[in-house]
Design a protein. Structure first.
Ligand code: ADP
Ligand code: MG
Length: 402
């Protein structure tokens, strides 16, 4: 894991694996927006139940007499427009991710969908949920920031991230026998540059390979030790603030950039035989660039190299997902190394981690081709098989002098 690369712990010497699993893919369809209602945009998505989702009105984009008018997809869970934020947290499988991260697994929750479909809403809530103007001066050591008023924990619009934090702390409180260390980082990938959202110099940071942890990591990323819930919230707030500051300076940045908030959870438990077991788990929350970006870059007639960066990460993620879902394709080669985002997500996608993909769609006829693309992409991701492993170290310590 990233966290263990700078620790003085022994390198991983034990791997514990759990039965084969697949990527958990859920769909969330937002309600028609006020604007869409006023424009008399029709809703083309219906929900027959049992994880089914039906897209109708396809004759508006697929012409010809033989084309299908409707298409049905099936997923683990489908959230209808009336689903509320707590429903999405409770029934998406996110609680399992939090539990597994505590047990030492690498977990990732990512939102995929066109701009305006509800990715940020699902992760953090509606615009203005975290609308701080003033910066929070974070310290690498917890509880030393200057913010006075914490966000209201009972606000109904909190997204999956805030709810995961609450749940994480409730679980840790029940495990007084284990010592946990939490660290948080928050970054943005824009034009293939990694920018630290907790340190607003907006300088690009290098992504390097760590031999020890056998994964990629971002060098010099500002890392905050989080002892209390409030520390995690300060990280979330400050990162969101820096993101919107950046979005203001550069046009359209939020639809073109990816953000990744990582909570690493290291645990140390003393066993009866005097051996300490340490485990390093983590949760990545990834808010991807708008899925329409892939097509836009390609349709400008540029090659992947020329399109340089605008959305290389998103395209390569697509290639990785399609190669993973059909290992016979491309001779089993998964091009993780071809983009910053896929390097950082490799250990989750490679099948050693646990991944939740939330694909967000709009119900409107005017967005039907994007919704179709998103559902197809999600259907492909569902076919990926994974074999999660716990990375842990057994450390035998000589007695401390007491
Ligand atoms: P994205 O991040 O995918 O570009 P947003 O999350 O910003 O999209 O959503 C666009 C707008 O739609 C926001 O105002 C958001 O609050 C609203 N919205 C998105 N999903 C929902 C939902 N499920 N319920 C109510 N409003 C939503
Ligand atoms: Mg967004």
């Amino acid at each position: 894991s990233i966290a263990s690369s700078d620790s003085d712990k022994d390198s991983p010497d034990a791997k514990q694996s759990v039965p084969e699993d697949s990527i958990n893919v859920v769909i969330r369809c937002r309600p028609l927006s006020q604007k869409e209602i006023e424009a008399h945009d029709a809703s083309v998505v219906t929900f027959p139940g049992g994880g089914q989702i039906l897209l109708s009105g396809l004759d508006s984009i697929i012409h010809g007499d033989n084309g299908p008018k409707t298409k049905q997809f099936s997923f683990n869970v489908v959230f209808e427009p009336r689903a509320q934020q707590p429903d999405v947290f409770l029934y998406s499988g996110m609680t399992r991710l939090v539990q597994m991260a505590i047990e030492g697994f690498s977990t990732t929750c990512f939102c995929y969908g066109q701009t305006g479909s509800g990715k940020t809403h699902t992760l953090t809530g509606p615009p203005g949920m975290f609308n701080r103007k003033k910066p929070i001066f974070l310290s690498p050591f917890c509880s030393q920031f200057n913010r006075k008023k914490p966000p209201d924990p009972l606000h109904p619009d909190h997204g999956i991230i805030f709810r995961s934090f609450l749940y994480l702390f409730s679980l840790l409180q029940d495990r007084q026998d284990v010592h946990y260390v939490l660290k948080a980082t928050f970054l943005e990938i824009y034009n293939e540059k990694v920018i630290d959202l907790l340190n607003n110099t907006r300088r690009s940071l290098p992504v390097r390979w760590s031999k020890k942890s056998r994964s990629f990591f971002v060098e010099n990323l500002f890392t905050v030790d989080c002892e209390e819930l409030d520390d995690l919230l300060a990280v979330l707030e400050e990162g969101m603030r820096n993101r919107s500051v950046g979005a203001h300076a550069m046009n359209d940045v939020s639809s073109r950039s990816h953000t990744m908030l990582t909570i690493s959870i290291t645990s140390e438990q003393l066993m009866d035989n005097g051996v300490y077991i340490t485990k390093a788990g983590k949760i990545n929350f990834v808010d991807l660039a708008g899925s329409e970006m892939t097509k836009k870059t390609l349709s400008e007639g540029k090659t992947l190299r020329e399109a340089n960066n605008i959305n290389k990460s998103l395209m390569v993620l697509g290639y990785c997902i399609s190669s993973l879902s059909d290992p016979k394709k491309r001779g089993g080669h998964i091009p993780y190394r071809d983009s910053k985002l896929t390097k950082l997500l490799a250990d989750s996608l490679a099948g050693s981690g646990v991944t939740l993909m939330i694909a967000t769609i709009s119900p409107a006829l005017s967005n039907i081709s994007e919704s179709l693309n998103t559902l197809r992409y999600a259907a492909r991701a569902k076919r990926i098989r994974t074999k999660p492993i716990i990375v842990m170290a057994l450390i035998k310590r000589t007695n401390y002098s007491h």
